[in-house]
Structures are given as structure tokens and as C-alpha cells.
Design a protein around this ligand. Sequence first.
Ligand SMILES: C[S@@+](CC[C@H](N)C(=O)[O-])C[C@H]1O[C@@H](n2cnc3c(N)ncnc32)[C@H](O)[C@@H]1O
Length: 274
Amino acid sequence: MSHDPASSEWAASRGEKWLASIVGTEAMLAPIDQPLLHALQLTEPCTIADIGCGGGATTLEMLRAAPPGSTAYGFDISPALIDFARQRQPNIAFHVADVAKTPPPQLYDRLTSRFGIMFFDDPRAAFANLARWLKPGGRFAFATWDYPAANPWIKDVGRIASQFVELPPLDPAAPGPFRYAEASVLLTLLELSGFADLNVTNWQGPLAIGGGLAPAEAATFALGAFSSFNELLTAAGEPVYHQAHQSLNAHFAQKRQNGIVQLDASVHIFTGSL
Ligand SMILES: C[S@@+](CC[C@H](N)C(=O)[O-])C[C@H]1O[C@@H](n2cnc3c(N)ncnc32)[C@H](O)[C@@H]1O
């Protein structure tokens, strides 16, 4: 499992890994839906496409918040995640699609994505394709992660894991969660793709690890669900995993509030229209 998953990995092993931790991960990421919703400006009945929708939690949240008469659709490259989304929310149309290449099934009033647009093999082509999905006058809102330094929820886990195993270096140009930490990179891509009225704001707040877990469970969750820490530590042997877990547990114990572990996060919210 690479440190920086590309779309092709999401279609297979990475999608299945996301699915294995989906309940805790979605609960942890739920606070990001509010700034996305605010940025989407769902003021009238509209059609919404959720790009890289995963298990569809954000798709459902958008539909709940949209005015009556609105419809929402979810698109993801992972068949396993789309199966899960369909079973959980049979009233929403979910489709397996590589949104980087697939022509739009119809035109949408709104495009949204919670962390689903950072993994394209060819971002220039992918965003040019996505521009074809939006109706003229339509609006998009995409969430991406700020730099790791501004995201202790992952930076702290990586720092502790790196005391026990060697982590692959982050390549900011490669597909991965921090690819658009430098917001100007995505703004340039979006502009080149024909999107207009571009803007980026920042959301900062705490995220409850695994949706609200005590330190030991949060350490298990973080090592298992984030990046490839679990694979690297397990390959190094059970004693190494155990030491890393203990160390993370001790760190998380200092971050406990009201019995659960919460760490700060920082997210870019990109908006624009066509
Ligand atoms: C970090 S997960 C976020 C999932 C979901 N939006 C959420 O917040 O729960 C990234 C998602 O993007 C999807 N993805 C990556 N590349 C894609 C592509 N080219 N086309 C469609 N989906 C893609 C992955 O399969 C994965 O579900």
C-alpha cells in the first residue's frame, strides 16, 4: 500500500481499506460537511453531484440540507464503496465512475467533494472533464487538506509512527491527501479548466479520532485507518506495532477531552462557478 494512493488504488485495495473503517472515518469527517454546505449555497431546488463520494455520507447530508425537490447523485471509482453506499441509502443514485474521464451523465447545478479530488493521475485532464459536469451558472465546493503541519490529527500519528518505522517521504506533486495543501496549485488547475469566480477559505476545528473514541481505541483506529501506518508497523513485527500503539495511546491520553480524543484539523474549501 503506497503512502500516496492514486485513483487506480482507490478502485481496488484502498477503497476496501476505507470501507473497513468507514463508520469511524465518516463520523470523524462529518464536521467538514457544514462548511461545504455553506459554500455550496443550496438556496433553490437543485441537482447535486458528489465527486469521489465514498460511502455516500456527504451525498446524504447535502440532500438532507437542500431545498425540497432537489436530487443528489454520488460518483466513486471504488465498486466496494458504491455497493456500500447503495445498500445504506437506496433512495440516492450512486454510480461507479472514474470522474476524471467519464463524460457527465447529465449536467448538475452543484458539484461537491469531501476529499475526493486529490487522487487523479492527470489532474489537468480530470478538472477539464469535471468542468463539463457543471451547468453554466452552476457552483462547486471542494474540500481538501491544508498542510500536515496544520493537521495534528495526522501529523502527530505520523511523527510517532516514524519513531518505529521509516515512512516514505511525502511528494506534494503526487496523488495524495496533501496534494493541494498549497492552495494556489489547485486554483491554477481550476482556472485552466475553465472554472471562474474562484475562491478558497479555510475551516479549522477539532476532529474526534474515529468519531469519538477513548485513547487506546483511538490509537488502534488511527494506526489502522490513516495512511499506511498499520501495514508498515505490522510488517516490522508485532512488538514494533505494540510499542508504536503504546506511544500513540500515551500521546492521545494527553489530548483527551470529555473522554474522547480530539485533534485539530485545517481544511481548504475551494469554491467557484462556470
Ligand atoms: C478520501 S476518500 C473520501 C470519500 C468521501 N468523499 C468521504 O469524505 O467520506 C476519497 C474518495 O475518492 C474516490 N476517488 C479517487 N479517485 C477517483 C476518481 N478518479 N473517480 C471517482 N472517485 C475517485 C475514492 O475511491 C474515495 O472514495
